[in-house]
Design a binder for this molecule. Structure first.
Ligand SMILES: Cc1cc2nc3c(=O)[nH]c(=O)nc-3n(C[C@H](O)[C@H](O)[C@H](O)COP(=O)(O)OP(=O)(O)OC[C@H]3O[C@@H](n4cnc5c(N)ncnc54)[C@H](O)[C@@H]3O)c2cc1C
Length: 312
């Protein structure tokens, strides 16, 4: 990453934490127009409408409601109930869409036990419909607690997946720790501003660790001991790992590629038509500011889309 891009990335990630900017931006028409590039709309109905279109084209989906770090019990109850009713809505519409949750929306800041309690209610509702639940990974201060949460959930609800971040030095050890559970892992590069004490500052090191952990997971998948999901738009890495999966003789059910709504859409279609299992993660909700800043930070050139939307 060159110095200018790295400065822009850090500035955008710092801005993502500003409450003031969040309240300003979410009210501005130009920002709401710009965010449409990554999000079909703020309601669950908007997300499921997009999911239905994707599914007709052979691409599955995951949905997630934006918002992070909720603490009050009534708030976390509301999030839990929302996801349980979303599962009902997905079933009514006959979609294969699954849900992805953020542990801090469900009480992780209060305690792991509280988060297990709230998330288990959603996982049980998903299980009763034969569906999955995905757990996102947030910043590095939450990794220990999220692994504890995952271990408890996965042992009770086998169809539970966890995002793990290739930019963290610790991730290969964490993957090893989860192996006895036959984990379902969505490997991502990592979206937060992390210090060099915990994460690779250089993108090339993150990419190398991504490939190494990805190969470990594919080898485990061959023995039926893991289900790897590659959550990245890095087509070099995707082609390399898909090639490796094929050479190991893995079927469509033994690994998948997941991408974000609005990013690399043509490549998503091309992978799906090539027989690879592809899902697209669709976000919705009014609390989109920090998440949107992280998307801009991944590719600071995206800021030009905001500028263009301001004047269109
Ligand atoms: C399904 C899914 C779930 C995720 N869950 C989590 C999670 O739980 N925790 C977490 O920390 N992170 C999560 N992420 C985000 C992830 O960590 C990265 O920040 C994000 O995917 C960008 O990195 P990349 O792997 O695409 O690689 P990069 O090397 O950043 O990008 C590769 C190429 O993809 C394109 N691209 C990437 N991002 C964008 C963008 N925003 N706009 C336009 N083009 C872009 C560019 O052409 C770029 O050159 C998730 C990502 C996906 C796809």
């Amino acid at each position: 990453m060159n110095l200018n891009v790295s400065i822009a990335r850090n500035a955008l990630l710092r801005a993502s934490k500003s409450q003031w900017l969040a309240s300003q931006m979410t009210q501005r028409a130009f920002a709401r127009r710009a965010v449409k590039r990554f999000m079909p709309g703020e309601s669950l109905g908007d997300a499921l409408g997009a999911a239905s279109t994707l599914e007709k084209g052979g691409i599955g989906s995951l949905v997630t409601r934006l918002g992070e770090t909720l603490t009050g019990e009534s708030n976390t109850d509301e999030v839990r109930d929302h996801y349980i009713s979303a599962l009902g809505e997905i079933q009514r519409k006959g979609l294969s869409t699954v849900i992805s949750i953020k542990p801090t929306q469900l009480g992780l800041d209060t305690s792991v036990a509280e988060c297990v309690r709230q998330t288990s209610a959603i996982a049980a509702a998903a299980e009763s419909r034969g569906s999955f639940i995905w757990v996102d990974m947030e910043d590095s201060s939450y990794v220990d607690r999220t692994l504890d949460l995952y271990e408890q959930l996965k042992s009770r609800f086998p169809k539970t997946g966890l995002a793990m971040q290739a930019y963290l030095y610790r991730t290969p050890k964490d993957v090893e720790r989860l192996m006895p559970l036959k984990p379902i892992i969505r490997l991502v590069k990592g979206a937060y501003a992390e210090p060099a004490a915990v994460a690779f500052p250089a993108k090339k090191d993150t990419d190398a660790q991504y490939v190494a952990v990805g190969e470990t997971l594919l080898n485990a998948a061959r023995e039926g001991n893991a289900l790897p999901i590659f959550g990245t738009h890095d087509m070099n890495i995707v082609h390399r790992l898909v090639g490796r999966a094929k050479s190991l003789g893995l079927t469509k059910e033994q690994y998948e590629v997941h991408m974000l709504y609005g990013i690399r859409s043509a490549e998503q279609r091309s992978l799906a038509s090539d027989g690879v299992g592809v899902r697209c993660l669709i976000s919705y909700g009014s609390n989109w500011f920090p998440w949107y800043m992280r998307r801009l930070a991944e590719r600071p050139a995206n800021v030009w889309f905001v500028v263009k939307s301001t004047f269109s």
